[in-house]
Design a protein around this ligand. Sequence first.
Ligand code: ARG
Length: 412
Amino acid sequence: MPSLPVPSASREVDLDEAIEFIEQFYSENPDAGGRASRVARVRSSVLTTGSYQHTMAELAWGARVAWRNSARCIGRLYWNSLQIRDLRTIRDADNVAQHCRAHLQFAQNEGKIRPVVSIFAPETPGRRAPQIWNEQLIRYAAYRRSDGSVLGDPRYLAFTDNVRGMGWRPPAQPTAFDVLPLVIETPEEGPRLYGLAASDVLEVPLSHPEFRWFQELGLRWHAVPAISNMRLRMGSISYPAAPFNGWYMGTEIGARNFVDVDRYNMAGVVAERMGLDMSSEQTLWRDRAVIEVNRAVLHSFNAAGVTITDHHTESQRFLTHVAKEERAGRGCPADWSWIVPPISGALTPVFHRYYDEPAAGPQFVTDPEATALALYGRPSRHDAVYRPDSAYHPEHAYGPEPDPFAAVSRPV
Ligand code: ARG
């Protein structure tokens, strides 16, 4: 998979890219008015200061188009209804944390999930911006037991260890679903930890429409998937802290988070409770178990009144989106390997075709450093992280430590 260009913090704005963004904004928003003078102003700002500021309309449109351009996302039909929280003046860790909590409150909306992005201060030449280490605003801790097994979400084992080293204390009785603290780093303050309150984290306890025993497994999941370690790039400006969320598609939880062997790895436990014959792969006990976990996820979210979608409905909506984009004279960049759901692929119409390659323009991007922070909870090489004005190249900052996830799994 081609990786996206890694933005460099101290590099000045690329004038051509900036102008191209403004031109694209006006061609999609012909009623905005003042095109020529805006282009002239952006040009002179970049030439004199090395940067420029987006208008509110450009910011909102750019963030929505960054979603529209997200080749891995099946849920893009509603890209144009993304709500924007303009927090570009916020730079200190306390305020970033408080606004992340407000983001979650706004997004969860008593279960009627609202897609929203919170855009914090951008990088400017010579001045780095706040950054959120966490992969998502809500993630569950993991603890290794003395027998080597793991309690919690194994994906965040190293992250949990490192935030513990930074002073985070797990609850007295650790569980498989302890919400990790936010780690917010600013150039002035370094990384700081902030716990979320229970009221910030809407969760759904899992039960099954038929199997009474299912709820005894004690599974639960959070309602809002809010990705927080991707930067928002548009018109050559980079917003490193721009957490965004949609709502869940059931398979993300039911087929991946609970079933991947390097996550909660529940297929065997569920198959056993179902009384399936696990003596051979050919009984398809794994397949039968995974379907029931997915039924439980959809059933429980619906019963709790929390927005969720299933992979059949969402596949159809996605093709509606592709058709709408074509009518608007655009292609729809999409990555087949991400769009096709992790179960029942060929039962969904998205399986039976190919898609356009990634497009230019506004994007949510990640880089190796952000991935290292999200998985390890520490910079891959500490001295390489914040050196304003220096030749900081994230692509060289990735230390000698191999990324255990790089070869075996993709981000989720
Ligand atoms: N797959 C990720 C998770 O299980 C969430 C990715 C974003 N998903 C979404 N529906 N917006 O937490």
